[in-house]
Design a protein around this ligand. Structure first.
Ligand code: XMP
Length: 494
């Protein structure tokens, strides 16, 4: 019944995730016994197979902290100066595990309109200097701020003075008990000696942390801090950048290129391996077995797969080069697996079914841009468009991003004419990744259960041995597989 992957992917077609469908197999275990723990690269383990893309509208400090807290990882983008990128890494690493809230400070004389982004924080903290380095005077909560119309008024008029706080030496259980006893939504933890805020802990966070054993433990590096990845290019200047990033504590480096099979990348892989033998290096992007083979020979510890499959990508249209993502992931994984090199399926993920497909077809993790953009943790402020709350999400090959430096990714930084390979867009407000990623992971577990695969390794074995079968979906089958025939419906899935 159906086709083994080896036959389906050898007929000369370039299949995307939506083109293919798995046939169900046999279930002999409950959903919760599915294990999604995996490898990002040869030497880095993750509890969940999720990676945030190195894009300037996806990954800075808040995203890095949240993804690591979930047991995944985020790769900090390099569309900035080396020192800015290093300070993002440092900021993510300054968090006390397992707490994740951003600390945003204002002074009493700042105007309400100067507050435009709460990040992952439930409140703005008010101190005399407007920085962490002075005593906590008050706080403005996100819910209070959202209904304030008088944006030109000073912060001091609206702040709740002397908010309830707890001592910073409280451990997790003490903070949890304190929040519960006082029925608080959040509490700042304050250093009793100098009155400085060290953390803000929310009741939702306490609940999430209690779920760790079930959902997966946070990703922690050998330094005892949240694990953080960084992206760099393949130029001489990137060697200097990497030095800053390694000093800041980066745990893994991704060589960020849309076509990774180049002499520049191969030389950079060799340089990184020689200069920082302890640091895993991820190469890419690749979509063919030949490209993968070359980077594996050069010594990569992980491969990033995808060309033109991203939601904001126009590479396939502009350059006529790329591959359907399902075929690319399957083909590259079949080479990478033999060498023990984990594959990251990068781009084209717009629902949990796509995550299942990427992973079962051979990837060890999925890298996501649009899926995580528009969240509280993505950089940038929310705006309103047609009554909808949105955040900007743009391709790193868009003209707008390239004028900030990302043209090196497309090897176009020395060219006089800039050719866009991506677009600038926006995505709807999704809330916090800390909330929606665990739901997506639960859905992925259900997909694995339907396939009779209790782990990624087991899924890969079932696929390679031909036990798992697939078929191509016709256009009508794709319509049938989505919601159809209704006048309207509510699109909420959790
Ligand atoms: P998703 O589908 O998750 O894709 O939004 C994110 C991935 O897309 C790649 N990327 C680009 N590809 N032009 C491209 O052809 C671009 O401007 C661009 N920006 C990002 C990248 O691999 C990312 O992880």
């Amino acid at each position: 019944d159906g086709f083994p992957a080896s036959r389906l992917f050898n007929q000369g077609y370039s299949y995307t995730y939506d083109d293919v469908i798995f046939l169900p197999h046999y279930i002999d275990f409950p959903t919760d016994s599915v294990q999604l723990s995996t490898k990002l690269s040869r030497n880095l383990n993750l509890s969940i197979p999720c990676v945030a893309s190195p894009m300037d509208t996806v990954t800075e400090s808040s995203m890095a902290v949240a993804m690591a807290a979930l047991g995944g990882i985020a790769i900090v983008h390099s569309n900035n100066s080396a020192s800015d990128q290093a300070s993002i890494v440092r900021s993510a690493k300054s968090h006390r595990i397992p707490f994740v809230s951003d600390l945003i400070f204002k002074s009493p004389s700042d105007s309400i309109s100067s507050i435009d982004d709460f990040g992952s924080s439930p409140c703005i903290l008010i101190t005399e200097s407007g920085t962490r380095k002075s005593k906590l005077l008050g706080a403005i909560t996100k819910s209070d701020w959202q209904v304030l119309n008088d944006k030109e008024t000073r912060v001091s008029v609206y702040m709740a003075k002397s908010p309830v706080s707890a001592p910073s030496d409280y451990d997790f259980e003490q903070v949890a008990a304190y929040l519960a006893a006082k029925n608080l939504e959040f509490v700042p933890l304050v250093n009793e000696e100098d009155g400085e805020v060290v953390d803000v802990v929310t009741a939702a966070e306490v609940e999430r942390i209690r779920e760790f054993p079930k959902m997966g433990m946070p990703s922690v590096g050998p330094d005892g801090k949240f694990m953080v990845g960084v992206a760099i290019g393949t130029r001489e200047l990137d060697k200097e950048r990497l030095e800053h990033l390694v000093k800041a504590g980066a745990n893994v480096v991704v060589l960020d290129s849309s076509q990774g099979n180049s002499i520049y990348q191969i030389e950079m892989i060799k340089y990184v391996k020689k200069t920082y033998p302890e640091l895993d290096v991820i190469g890419g992007n690749v979509v063919t077995m030949y490209q993968a083979h070359n980077l594996i020979q050069a010594g990569v510890d992980g491969l990033r797969v995808g060309m033109g499959s991203g939601s904001i990508c126009t590479t396939q249209e502009v350059c006529a080069v790329g591959r359907g993502q399902a075929t690319a992931v399957y083909k590259v994984s079949s080479v990478a697996e033999r060498s023990g090199v984990p594959v990251i399926a990068d781009g084209g993920i717009s629902n949990s079914g796509h995550i299942v497909k990427g992973l079962v077809l051979g990837a060890s993790t999925v890298m996501m841009g649009s899926f995580l953009a528009g969240s509280n943790e993505a950089p940038g402020a929310y705006e309103y468009q047609g009554g909808c709350r949105i955040k900007k999400y743009r391709g790193m090959g868009s003209l707008e991003a390239m004028t900030k430096g990302s043209d090196a990714r497309y090897l176009g930084d020395t060219a006089k004419l800039k050719i866009a390979q991506g677009v600038v867009g926006a995505v709807a407000d999704k809330g916090s990744v800390l909330k929606f990623v665990p739901y997506a992971m639960q859905a992925v577990k259900q997909g694995f259960q339907d396939l009779g695969a209790s782990s990624l390794q087991s899924a890969h074995e079932l696929l390679r041995s031909g036990v798992l079968r697939l078929e191509v979906r016709t256009g009508a089958a794709q319509v049938e597989g989505g919601v159809h025939g209704l006048v309207s419906y509510e699109k909420k899935s959790f």
